[in-house]
Design a protein around this ligand. Sequence first.
Ligand SMILES: [Zn+2]
Ligand SMILES: [Zn+2]
Length: 221
Amino acid sequence: MSEPIRHRDSGQWLSSFASRIEVSCPRCGRAGAVRAVWADRQWTAVFVCGQCGLDARSERSDWWGKLRVTGRRPCGYCGYQWLCVDRIRPSAGNWPIEVRDWLATALPEAIAVDCPLCKRASNVAVEARRERDREGHDPHFGMPLRLIERTRAGLLWAYNAEHIDELRRYVAADQRERRCATPNKTMISRLPTWMKLARHRALMLKSLDRLSARLDESASA
Ligand SMILES: [Zn+2]
Ligand SMILES: [Zn+2]
C-alpha cells in the first residue's frame, strides 16, 4: 500500500505570493505581470504592458479597480439617523488614474439622499477608497487576474505559478496538517470551504491544470 500524500501548511499568507501577479493588461488585454516589492512596511508595485505601453506605478497611486464610495449624516430636516451612501463604483476604464485627481473631477463631493421619514433630500458628503476584492483582481492596481477559472462550485484564482503549485499540493493531499504559528491567517486556512471538500478534488485539480496551461501558453507566445 502506498503512503498517504501529506500536505503541511507552510504558513504562507496570501500576501507572500503577491510579489508577482499574472494579470491581463486592462487597456489591451495582453498577458503581463505586476511586480511588487515589500519594504518599509509597504508594497511598491509596477506594471508595464509589453504591447500597448500602459505603465502603472503604486508610487503614483494608480488604481484600475473598483472604488467604494461612502458617507452618512442625519437628515437635515427631521434629524432621522442615518442617511447613508455605500456604493461600489466600477473601474474607471481605459486610462490610468491617480485616485485623488480622478475623484476631484469625476465624483461629486456630496450625493443627495432622500429621507425615508420626511421624504426630503439632504446632501451627504462622500469619500472614496480602493475596493480590494477577493474575486479576481490584483491587490496592487485592481487589474483583472489572468489565472482565473469559473467552476460550477465557485471561483478559482491564483496569483502566479507558485500559488498554483501550493494549491495543487494542498488539494492532492490525503492528509492535511495545520502546523504554524498563525493558523487562521494563512492562504490555505482562508480558502473557501468548497475548495476543501473531497468531492471537489477532481474539479479543483482539473481547473488548476487549466490555469497552468494558460501560464505555459503565454510563456511560449
Ligand atoms: Zn496593454
Ligand atoms: Zn427627514
